[in-house]
Design a protein around this ligand. Sequence first.
Ligand code: 3HC
Length: 310
Amino acid sequence: KRAKRPVGAPDKSLAKKVTKVGVLGAGLMASQFALLFLRRLQVPVVITDLDQARVDKGLEYIRDEIAKLEGKGRLDADTANKLRGLLHGTTDKAEYADCDFVIEAVFEEVGVKQQVFGEIEKIIAPDAILATNTSSLSVEEIGEKLAHPERLVGFHFFNPVAVMPLIEIVKTSHTTPEALSTAFVVARGLGKNAVLTADAPGFVVNRLLAKVFGEAARALYEGTPLLTVEKAFEPLGLPMKPFQLIDLVGWKVAAHVQDTMAHAFPDRFYANENFHALAALPQVVEKDKAGRVTGWTKDAQKTLKGAVGD
Ligand code: 3HC
């Protein structure tokens, strides 16, 4: 018999109704899920960032995507216009005052996330839910400085947000059943499958991906050419090969996940300086028209050797 709700999810009747969503950050990840909130929940969505240029870039991405969906007939003109009207970008965080669900995708560092949430907590209602899209940091620690840590949940999306069906939801020792239930109901509203994972570094998915990325990078340093490494992963039947996926996630993000894992589990993950050398050299990767990794440029292997000093 199938479970009626995901394992670990509290009764959905406890969920708070979400009438306005705040997104902290207007980078690619934040913009992708701002679009998803707009499309699926059809409620006002506010995005903010450090300066207007960043906000404008996020708005442009979302508006372009709405136009593309309209062009493909996935959104009718009325809905597309409605979504445009529901989207608001600003540098003024006071706009979060009446948001009941605020999710952050700011720089992946505990101190930065704590500081941003501290600022927001002074603005939002006492019962508004806070969510973090951290990919591998401790949600408990992110909430440590909050006056109301019971309102915080981890809410981890995957790239590309529009198509990846999973969200990892994380509760801390303080999270209330109401906050957790709201997270599950929001995830369902977004059309995603949610799973409750332990608040452990990398949760579940990035633990596995960090292994794949780390081993693929190591194979490269051992001298196996990039496309051979990619081909060797074929038997696993993954939708993307390791370097293609690193490229999608972003080399810097992937390197950051590697660091977090190596720091948390030094006996199980490499302290991967080599990965940083790779992350610093994205220009050596050749791409096809669709932006997919196809191989190294001619002297890339040489550059790489120089960068890691062997
Ligand atoms: N944005 C929006 N939609 C996208 C997209 C993107 N970047 N890329 C693909 N799509 C959509 C396409 O529009 C298409 O939709 P349609 O069928 O409705 O027209 C659909 O996805 C399939 O696209 P394609 O046919 O062009 O391509 P593929 O069949 O090759 O699938 C893929 C593309 C879904 C991205 C697939 O390759 C895949 O599943 N890759 C694995 C991605 C993955 O593992 N992500 C996890 C990364 S880890 C992470 O994000 C965590 C972080 O913390 C590090």
